[in-house]
Design a protein around this ligand. Sequence first.
Ligand SMILES: NC(=O)c1ccc[n+]([C@@H]2O[C@H](COP(=O)([O-])OP(=O)(O)OC[C@H]3O[C@@H](n4cnc5c(N)ncnc54)[C@H](O)[C@@H]3O)[C@@H](O)[C@H]2O)c1
Length: 254
Amino acid sequence: MSGMFDLCGKTALLTGAGRGIGLVLARGLAEQGARVVINDLAAEVADAAAETLRKEGLDARAAAFDVTDAAAVEDAVARIEKDVSPVDILFNNAGIHRRAPLVDMPEEAWRAVIDTNLTSAFLVGRTVARRMIPRKSGKIVNTCSINCERPRPEIANYAAAKGGLVLLTRAMCVEWAKYDIQVNGIAPGYILTEMTLPLSRDPERNAWIESITPARRWGKPEDLIGAAIYLSSDASNFVNGHVLFVDGGMRYAL
Ligand SMILES: NC(=O)c1ccc[n+]([C@@H]2O[C@H](COP(=O)([O-])OP(=O)(O)OC[C@H]3O[C@@H](n4cnc5c(N)ncnc54)[C@H](O)[C@@H]3O)[C@@H](O)[C@H]2O)c1
């Protein structure tokens, strides 16, 4: 494999990659030559995902930790750098939803979503960047969302977290670009995963999503692989602080 999209010799850490978008992106990066480290909360989930990729002939390891726990993040990243290899590419992908009308939203639901979807990117990003900076090299990709600029009812916590993640992406770029670290975001539209099952199984919401998306369909996790490879590879070496929408055009139709 050669060329500017080649990821051979690179190690990518993907958070929340035991299933869904993260797992598919891990496979996409590994097929491009990267060694991938799959994080998730539960060890059995991360282990099973890594094992699945290894059976496909790909180079995959597992690293279970909670991305909201600063001490666990520090320990895990130190272990990965010592036992596996320096992290060249970080995907801050872990995320959750806790839907509720804003006036009824429990404080716990607000804090959990901000912690998992925004604070985690600060914690893991800071920890990994402390090691990328002396090496003067690195790629960080933050998984944002169409909702980062278009909130919908009952997801104020999620929209606020993803909007914050866009600004965190730009802030990381402003501070770390001089170390040849590129920090960008991917903003998926509506993608069919377990996270969006409550929407895809609801006939009314499902019909709304299909009709409002100019491409007239849900996205698949595989639709994000091209953007992920681009933002992880030398092809994007002067692209920084950018958020790439992969949404079938929904951004301009909502
Ligand atoms: N599915 C969509 O339509 C969509 C759209 C836009 C953005 N996104 C974003 O893409 C990312 C992946 O979404 P998905 O649809 O694959 O979701 P998913 O629920 O299928 O996967 C998320 C994974 O993150 C893990 N996770 C949750 N909390 C964690 C923690 N504290 N530490 C480590 N891992 C944790 C979960 O265990 C799960 O395996 C999320 O950030 C989500 O907000 C998804």
